[in-house]
Design a protein around this ligand. Structure first.
Ligand code: ZN
Length: 320
């Protein structure tokens, strides 16, 4: 099949409804709104305080618009779907693309439009259709077709209350720009340069001289790192720096596994170091197996020489 013939077949799916309209399991209700607001830490009283909501322009409680999908979730144990003799358009368009080599899928974007606020008692029905299929596009992930699915949300009176568009890319694996780096690339690729700014220049100058300089507020004497123009403690703009001893302890740490970004070695242990001067510092941990790292370990700073002539402060565990 030529790309043109494929595209013609794909376009025929536009406007086709996917599955049957689904009635939400529950009407819009206050307990679900409250749990959702707790979960996302949305404290707007319009959603949870009946007295406040009654005095507002809404005249009563409304649901957060972005809760839209929560109302029509199928639940963890949806009822068994009856066996269907013919697969629906979503399965068929995926099959068509799979057969043409576009076997990978990724969700790319989702937009929601709200026609009105939902109120307790509203009972939604959602239906879905394939709205648009793009011609073949070249993307960073690979060559593929974008499929836009449109979900239409109606209330109990059949009035449209919201529309959601959900876009997928079905693409050919291995055709993108971001193919996995080869071993040779890894060695050739230098470590990224530090972001040196007007604020952090003194720090990196110190590093080049083998000094770990920590910014100090001239007004309240508090140390701070990373460097910044203003003291977060007293808002003074006056500062100087002190040279840290380089000794500290591991306050916390993570071990990076994925995604592997050249030229870094993986697993890559990163420590949050509490310097003995009292401020904290994030950097690589070296000279220790990832499984032996412990919170509270004593560490000392050393300066690693990079390929580009720069130095980098890293921390090595030491025996107490
Ligand atoms: Zn200060």
């Amino acid at each position: 099949m030529t790309p043109e013939e494929l595209y013609e077949q794909l376009k025929a799916f536009e406007g086709q409804q996917v599955g049957q309209p689904t009635l939400a399991r529950d009407p819009v209700n206050q307990p679900m709104i409250r749990h959702w607001c707790d979960a996302v830490d949305d404290r707007n009283p319009i959603y949870t305080d009946p007295d406040f909501a009654a005095r507002s322009s809404h005249g009563g409680i409304v649901a957060p618009p972005t809760m839209l999908q929560a109302w029509v979730m199928r639940g963890l144990r949806p009822p068994e779907k009856p066996a269907v003799a013919t697969p629906g358009p979503q399965l068929r368009i995926f099959q068509l693309l799979d057969d043409a080599g576009f076997t990978s899928v990724v969700a790319t974007n989702c937009t929601q439009e709200y026609r009105r606020y939902l109120k307790p008692g509203d009972h939604l029905t959602v239906s879905m259709e394939i709205e648009n299929v793009s011609e073949e596009k070249r993307t960073g992930l690979g060559d593929g077709h974008f499929i836009t699915q449109r979900m239409l949300y109606l209330d109990q009176n059949g009035e449209e209350v919201a529309v959601m568009r959900f876009r997928l890319l079905k693409f050919k694996p291995g055709t993108g720009k971001r193919a996995a780096p080869k071993k040779a690339d890894k060695a050739a690729r230098p470590r990224p340069k530090p972001g040196i700014t007007h604020d952090s220049g003194f720090f990196w100058d110190g590093v080049q001289e083998g000094k770990l300089l920590i910014q100090r507020c001239l007004s309240c004497q508090k140390l701070r790192h990373p460097p910044g123009p203003m003291c977060p403690n007293c808002q003074s703009l006056e500062w100087d720096s002190v040279e840290a001893s380089g000794r500290g302890t591991i306050y916390s740490f993570v071990v990076m596994h994925h995604p592997p970004i050249p030229p870094f070695e993986y697993p890559n242990p990163i420590g949050l170091i509490e310097l003995e001067e009292g401020t904290r510092f994030v950097s690589n941990l070296v000279g220790i197996d990832k499984d032996d790292i412990e919170v509270g370990m004593s560490v000392v700073c050393e300066f690693m020489d990079l390929e580009n002539g720069r130095k980098l402060p890293v921390f090595r565990p030491v025996r107490d």
